[in-house]
Design a protein around this ligand. Structure first.
Ligand SMILES: NC(=O)c1ccc[n+]([C@@H]2O[C@H](COP(=O)([O-])OP(=O)(O)OC[C@H]3O[C@@H](n4cnc5c(N)ncnc54)[C@H](O)[C@@H]3O)[C@@H](O)[C@H]2O)c1
Ligand SMILES: O=C(O)[C@H](O)[C@H](O)COP(=O)(O)O
Length: 380
């Protein structure tokens, strides 16, 4: 069996070498020529997969080691009997870490406590639910907008997007890109809603870039300058709008989900899906391919204000400012598109909050609730 595998997929040999010969190709450069004798194609989100890529090739299985599937023409695959799998939830914990790290940094810069803010979550699936649970666990007020879930589950606990825009200090977008239909998300946050955002509020987008109208956001940022944009995803990646990039308070190159744990879970989920597609089973587990964290334990020996403790522990594991600074630097050196992809390809090792075990001694034990809610493990 011959497998074409995106070069940005970790543990490719352990996860896919067991099925046959693996050829690694940069995700944005995979063409039909690479697939002439390929049986399986394993991608991440940067490879558009559909008729243009697959027609006339022998590919019988496509796996994407990502949560998002908007780059895959699933109707085409189904119509041509090509097996497909994605990796729902694989990096949801990493995105929740990114959200907390970003919001804690933004609150510190503004000198306004995060815990007093009202947060709106748009799209409460694997990612949004985790963000909601963490923030509510910290005692914050959270409003949730998810019309497809509200239709299925009943409207209790859900609000409309306009209510979130009117009432929230922070709006977090965790929606997939849905191009058509009643719940389409392209420019979900468009001109009118961006104009309606509360002065002093912040928009964080870690869903898909197209869910926010970047030109309208840029206008509000430059003409009124009274809101903040925390952007991990962008329209036209990797050739993102350099002017919007310059205005964003936190600008990262689509790395919210880039923990090692999250990427490896994605690889592993597609490994198991491919094994199933081939009629076999595998016992490969995350512990077989994921190393222990460099920082496994941290001790807090006295009480700190809750937000200071959260920031200290968050930054010990993942500090979103690092990724913001790297994108600014790389974009200045290499140009926006090349800098964006260079940051992603050379992404430094990052682990998830849960890999840090926090030992609390004496008065610091009062921090147990907030640290656990934020996603850290408490040492016994
Ligand atoms: N920045 C990153 O690195 C990163 C990482 C992971 C996922 N993502 C993106 O985030 C998206 C969400 O991830 P997930 O794991 O939570 O997916 P999910 O499918 O579990 O949840 C998506 C949620 O959005 C809701 N939704 C759909 N249309 C909506 C609309 N019009 N308004 C409000 N809510 C709507 C769905 O009902 C669902 O509950 C993914 O599709 C992916 O595009 C980005
Ligand atoms: O959909 C996802 O899982 C994320 O957006 C993913 O982290 C994107 O990473 P990429 O596929 O671009 O490497």
């Amino acid at each position: 069996m011959h497998l074409i595998v995106d070069a940005n997929i970790p543990a490719a040999d352990a996860c896919f070498g067991v099925f046959g010969r693996v050829t690694r190709v940069s995700g944005r450069e995979i063409t039909r020529a690479h697939l002439e004798d390929a049986d399986a194609l394993i991608v991440r989100s940067v490879t558009p997969v559909g008729e243009a890529l697959l027609a006339g090739t022998p590919v019988r299985f496509v796996g994407t080691c990502t949560i998002g599937t908007d780059h895959v023409d699933r109707d085409y695959l189904a119509a041509h009997g090509i097996g497909f799998a994605s990796a729902p939830g694989c990096n949801a914990e990493a995105v929740a870490d990114y959200v907390l790290s970003s919001l804690l940094t933004h609150a510190e810069r503004e000198g306004r406590p995060l815990l007093e803010r009202r947060v709106g979550i748009v799209g409460a699936g694997n990612v949004g639910r985790r963000v909601q649970a963490r923030l509510e666990g910290l005692g914050m007020t959270v409003l949730v907008c998810d019309p497809p879930r509200a239709e299925r589950e009943g409207s209790a606990g859900f609000a409309g997007l306009d209510a979130l825009v009117e009432r929230c200090d922070v709006l977090c977008l965790h929606t997939p890109l849905v191009r058509e239909g009643r719940h389409a998300t392209r420019h979900l946050l468009g001109t009118n809603r961006i104009a309606g955002l509360q002065p002093g509020s912040a928009v964080l987008n870690a869903g898909r870039g197209d869910c926010v109208d970047g030109a309208a956001l840029y206008r509000r940022l430059t003409m009124l300058g009274d809101i903040a944009a925390l952007l991990d995803v962008w329209e036209n990646e990797p050739g993102i709008d350099a002017a919007l990039h310059a205005e964003a308070a936190l600008a990262t190159p689509h790395i919210a989900g880039y923990s090692l744990d999250g990427k490896l879970r994605g690889s592993l989920m597609i490994h198991h899906a491919l094994a199933g597609h081939l009629g076999s089973r595998s016992a490969l587990a995350l512990d077989d391919i994921c190393p222990p964290p460099a920082l496994a334990e941290l001790t807090l020996g006295r009480a700190l204000p809750v937000e200071d403790a959260l920031r200290l522990c968050a930054r010990a594991v993942y500090d979103a400012r690092r990724d913001h600074d790297a994108l600014r630097r790389r974009a200045a050196e290499a140009g926006t598109a090349a800098g964006f992809d260079a940051c992603r390809a050379g992404y430094p090792l990052r682990r998830e909050f849960a890999t840090l075990s926090v030992r609390l001694e004496g008065e610091a034990r009062t921090l147990a609730g907030p640290l656990a809610a934020a996603g850290f493990t408490l040492a016994a």
